[in-house]
Design a protein around this ligand. Structure first.
Ligand SMILES: C[S@@+](CC[C@H](N)C(=O)[O-])C[C@H]1O[C@@H](n2cnc3c(N)ncnc32)[C@H](O)[C@@H]1O
Length: 137
C-alpha cells in the first residue's frame, strides 16, 4: 500500500525501483547489511522474500553448497527481521538438501508449504517455500 516500505539487498545495483522501495548494494552474508536494513525499515518486517542465487560454476556439489549457504543466511536474516506472525517466501532448487532445508523452516514457522510457479521454465527444478506464522524465539 501507499505507506508500505520495501528494503531490498543485492550485490549489484537494482534499477527502476517502485515508490516506497529502496535497495542496498551489499552482501547478505555481511552482518552490517542486516543492521542497515533494520534501520531503513524502522522496525520489524511483515514479509521477507529471497530470490538469492549464487553465480553458478557448473560444479554441482559446489553450486549446491553455495545455494544452501544463501538459504541458511536468508533464514537467519528473516529470523532477526520478521515480526511474530510474519511470513517468508524463498526460492530453492530441488536437490539432496531439500528435506533438510524445509525442516529448517519448520523450526521457525507455524506453516510451511512448498510450491511451484507457472512462471518457472518447463523442466526447471525451481521451487518456492512459502512460510507463514513466524515464531519469535
Ligand atoms: C536469480 S537473481 C534474482 C535477482 C532479482 N530478484 C531479479 O529478479 O532480477 C539472484 C540474485 O542474487 C544476488 N546475490 C547472490 N549472492 C548474494 C549475496 N551474498 N548477497 C546479496 N545478493 C546476492 C545476485 O546478485 C542476483 O542478483
Amino acid at each position: 500500500g501507499a505507506s508500505g516500505r520495501v528494503v531490498g539487498v543485492d550485490l549489484v545495483q537494482v534499477k527502476n525501483l517502485p515508490a516506497g522501495a529502496i535497495a542496498i548494494v551489499g552482501d547478505i552474508l555481511d552482518p552490517s547489511v542486516a543492521t542497515r536494513v533494520q534501520s531503513e525499515l524502522g522496525g520489524h518486517a511483515d514479509l521477507v522474500t529471497s530470490d538469492l542465487a549464487p553465480k553458478l560454476t557448473g560444479i554441482a556439489a559446489r553450486d549446491e553448497a553455495r545455494s544452501r549457504e544463501l538459504i541458511d543466511c536468508a533464514l537467519a536474516f528473516a529470523s532477526t527481521m520478521l515480526k511474530p506472525g510474519g511470513a517468508m517466501v524463498t526460492k530453492l532448487f530441488m536437490g539432496a538438501q531439500f528435506k533438510d532445508i524445509v525442516d529448517s523452516f519448520k523450526e521457525h514457522f507455524g506453516s510451511v508449504e512448498v510450491t511451484r510457479t507457472k512462471a518457472s521454465r518447463p523442466g526447471s527444478s525451481e521451487l518456492y517455500i512459502v512460510a507463514r506464522d513466524f515464531r519469535k524465539s
